[in-house]
Structures are given as C-alpha cells and as structure tokens.
Design a protein around this ligand. Structure first.
Ligand SMILES: Nc1nc2c(ncn2[C@@H]2O[C@H](COP(=O)(O)OP(=O)(O)OP(=O)(O)O)[C@@H](O)[C@H]2O)c(=O)[nH]1
Ligand SMILES: [Mg+2]
Length: 212
C-alpha cells in the first residue's frame, strides 16, 4: 500500500543573491538552527527540507540554495523555473549586493515563472550600525517598487529568519487556494492534498546535503 502523505502542501523555494550575503547561513539557521562564521562558498546548488505548521496545515518546504558566484550562473538559473517562491538576499553592509538586486530581478524575469512569489531580504542586521551601507528605508523602497515583502534578518542572531520563510510560504498557500480552492480546502493536519504546482525537480539535482 502506498505510504500516506504526511504534509498538506509541498512548496519549493529558491535563495538567490550575491556571494557572501548569507544565503546558506539563513538556510542553516532556518533548517538546523545553527550558524557558523566561517565562509564556505556554495558550489553550484544545494537544498534542505523542513516541515512546518502554518495556519493549521503541514507545509513541506524544499529550499534550494544557489551559489552567488557568477561562474555557476548557468547551473543555478536552471532552477528558477520550478520555484514557487524566491528569496532575494543582500547584505545590509554591502552596497554592491543591494545594487545587484536589480540584476537578480532581471534573472527572475528571464528564468522564473510569472506568478512566482518574491521577497526581499536584507541580511546581517546584527552588524554594528557603523558598518551599515544600506538603510532600512532603501530596502523597503526597493521592495515596494517591485511589490514584494521586505525583511531585514540576521542568520547570526536569529532575527526574522522563521518570519521570512513563513511569510513567503503563507503567500504561496494563499495563491494556491485561489487557483485550486477545492484542493486547498480539503485535508487535515496529517495528510491533505499535495499541491505540487510548478515544483518539478530539474535534472542533475543534488542530494539533500551535498552539492553538485
Ligand atoms: N554578522 C553576520 N554574518 C553573517 C550573517 N549571515 C552570514 N554571515 C557570514 O557571511 C559569510 C557568508 O555567508 P554564506 O551564507 O556562506 O554566504 P552565501 O550567500 O551562501 O555565499 P555563496 O554561497 O558564495 O553564494 C559567512 O562568513 C557568514 O558567517 C549574519 O546574519 N550576520
Ligand atoms: Mg552559500
């Protein structure tokens, strides 16, 4: 007999942004509640899975962590298409990483689905104010311009990390309910419908904890 599904929604998210902004640290903090200050740059792509309870529904989040380095761009852009939500991450102490968000937006326009949910994330909010290069107001203004939610986070201090992932997942759940009202209204906490919209896994995907 087939195994009963243990979640109501399967949601695929993607982390993008310049190298060093803290994408992998945000994912480590969210999925494993850990942080390291040593920088181990991501090679290609990696992913982690975490199951969370949102508004009484079990949501399985499959979160893809891309390499920010330019040389991996061809590999990583292949993963945009299946993403239901994209976290655009910059470092609040690094002006260039913020300026580059517009380029990351262009990549999304080229490679992602039209209805993908986006959220802007200014990471490293724990850093001393003297090191800050991008004020909160500029982050908020950019997010408003592109009509996305905005959060400042700290993977190090564990500030707003759960909130970002929960917010984007909740927005996606609402969109799924709008497009598939029958499916979303059925199913309890233990085993409802698997709303696997646009979540196809590209070829050459990595293992859960490895990289390509
Ligand atoms: N102070 C502070 N440092 C952070 C934070 N998040 C990440 N870092 C540091 O920033 C460096 C880069 O973090 P990563 O998560 O590896 O960066 P990345 O965006 O995944 O980089 P790539 O994999 O190369 O694209 C590491 O030295 C981290 O310890 C944070 O919230 N606060
Ligand atoms: Mg990384």
């Amino acid at each position: 007999m087939a195994k009963r599904q243990d979640y109501d929604y399967l949601i695929k998210l993607l982390l993008i942004g310049d190298s060093g902004v803290g994408k992998s640290c945000l994912l480590m903090r969210f999925a494993e509640d850990s942080f390291t200050s040593s920088f181990i740059t991501t090679i290609g792509i990696d992913f982690k899975i975490k199951k969370v309870l949102i508004d009484g529904k079990w949501v399985k989040l499959q979160i893809w962590d891309t390499a920010g380095q330019e040389r991996f761009r061809t590999i990583t852009s292949a993963y945009y298409r299946g993403a239901m939500g994209i976290l655009l991450v910059y470092d609040v102490t690094d002006e260039a990483s913020f300026t580059n968000i517009r380029n990351w937006m262009k990549n999304i326009e080229q490679h992602a689905s039209d209805n993908v949910v986006k959220v802007l994330v200014g990471n490293k909010s724990d850093m001393d104010e003297s090191k800050r290069a991008v004020p909160y107001s500029r982050g908020q203004a950019l997010a408003d311009e592109f009509r996305m939610q905005f959060f400042e986070t700290s993977a190090k201090a564990n500030t707003n990390v759960d909130e970002v992932f929960q917010s984007v997942a909740r927005d996606i759940m609402l969109r799924l309910k709008d497009t598939q009202p029958d499916a979303a209204s059925s199913g309890g906490g233990g085993g409802g419908p698997n709303l696997r919209v646009g979540a196809a896994r590209p070829k050459a995907a990595s293992s859960k904890s490895g990289c390509c």
